[in-house]
Design a protein around this ligand. Structure first.
Ligand SMILES: *Cc1c(COP(=O)(O)O)cnc(C)c1O
Length: 375
């Protein structure tokens, strides 16, 4: 088999839902109801039920899901929110957009996720909440983290933007904290054909407040009366029907990701490539297949010569990005060290067995330091 192996390929997922989406889009066009309406409510109900919580509120994107949750909880200027340093920048960005300050915490050297100790170390008198990030699609020990949060009297928010369908002790990502925030950016495990997001929660008052905030602070059920200064972050019907169509396939796609990850784990068990350790009790959905390698730049170059395309999540720890340096108040050795080691291998549900095998071989060759020879 020849041909380059892309880092990610959306085409086969799009093909699977294309017929369903095209007829659903025709219905939306006929209905003339583009923002909110029955299609959005249908997806919200389905997503809440999938996550095992009573409420889901569709919003414009994952960043808004986080920011609106913080704002709805009254978290803003003068408050701190603990955020793991190893995350996509949007987690910290949402805290700043809400007017609060991110307090960066280091992560476990085994899972690269937040730990109870690191959380505890980052809590101050100003801390109001922690955003636990299920990075790469894996959930940390939620019971231990929630115990620390409860003792400190702070709110637990889950950033589940990479973890649609992941579980910890059988409970879905997003359903354990007071709120779970999702992005449906096209490349996520559940992705729209554009931007979209949602907040799930068991708290009816919080769900209601986010519904008000996402729609210009408008009193629910009213047209002219506004109770809050909100924003415009609504889910549209064209995206909602895409998400409903794809949700029917999410578990199957996640299973495919898990079996690809299992093959990577088996192939690299002998080192020197190190896969991210699985958390006991967690069932990850492998949004990303992250390994740690020595001499990453060289390995990445070697892989390209063998037609294997990789990415890095993330080469610059969040607290070192320009807008967040002013919040940095301690060194975070694990996040800082692993930023130079992590490498994300190709991962998408429709990867063929042959493609997985070729990635494994290419990684072994690249690490053996063999020069790629052109025949
Ligand atoms: C994608 C992502 C977000 C932001 O979602 P958008 O829809 O792009 O705004 C937030 N947190 C994490 C961990 C993400 O991966």
């Amino acid at each position: 088999m020849t041909g380059d192996i892309p880092f990610f390929d959306l085409a086969a997922m799009t093909r699977e839902v294309r017929g369903t989406v095209e007829s659903a889009w025709r219905c939306v066009l006929d209905s003339g109801r583009f923002i909110g309406g029955a299609a959005v409510e249908e997806f919200e109900t389905a997503w809440a039920s999938y996550c095992g919580v009573p409420h889901a509120v569709g919003v414009g994107n994952g960043t808004d899901a986080l920011q609106l949750t913080l704002t709805a909880l009254g978290i803003g200027p003068g408050d701190e929110v603990v955020v793991p340093a190893n995350t996509f920048v949007a987690t910290a960005e949402a805290v700043v957009l809400a007017g609060a300050a991110p307090a960066f915490a280091d992560v476990s050297q085994h899972t690269l996720l937040l730990t109870p100790d690191r959380l505890e170390a980052a809590i101050t008198r100003r801390t109001k909440a922690v955003i636990i990030v299920h990075l790469y699609g894996q959930m940390p020990d939620m019971a231990a983290l929630c115990r620390v949060a409860e003792r400190a009297g702070i709110t637990v928010i889950e950033d589940a933007a990479q973890a649609h369908g992941a579980t910890w002790q059988g409970r879905r990502a997003g359903s354990i904290g007071l709120a779970g925030c999702f992005s449906f950016y096209p490349g996520k495990n559940l992705g729209a054909f554009g931007d979209a997001g949602a907040v799930v929660t068991a708290d009816p008052a919080l769900a209601k407040r986010i519904k008000v905030l996402r729609d210009h602070g408008r009193v629910l059920g009213s047209h002219y009366e506004h109770e809050l200064a909100g924003t415009n972050s609504r889910l549209d019907a064209l995206q909602a029907v895409v998400l409903t169509a794809k949700l029917a396939r999410l578990d199957g796609w996640n299973e495919a990701r898990r079996s690809i990850a299992a093959r990577y784990h088996a192939a690299f068990a002998g080192g020197p490539v190190r896969a991210i350790a699985e958390v006991p009790g967690a069932r990850g959905v492998y949004h990303l297949a992250v390994v740690r390698v020595p001499d990453r730049a060289r390995v990445q170059r070697e892989l390209v010569t063998r037609g294997v395309h990789t990415q890095i999540h993330y080469p610059i720890p969040c607290h070192w990005q320009a807008p967040y340096r002013r919040f940095e108040n301690r060194t975070l050795p694990v996040a800082e060290r692993t930023a130079d080691e992590v490498l994300s291998l190709p991962m998408f549900p429709h990867m063929s067995d042959d493609q997985v095998a070729r990635v494994c071989d290419a990684v072994h060759e690249a690490l053996a330091g063999e020069e790629h020879r052109v025949a």
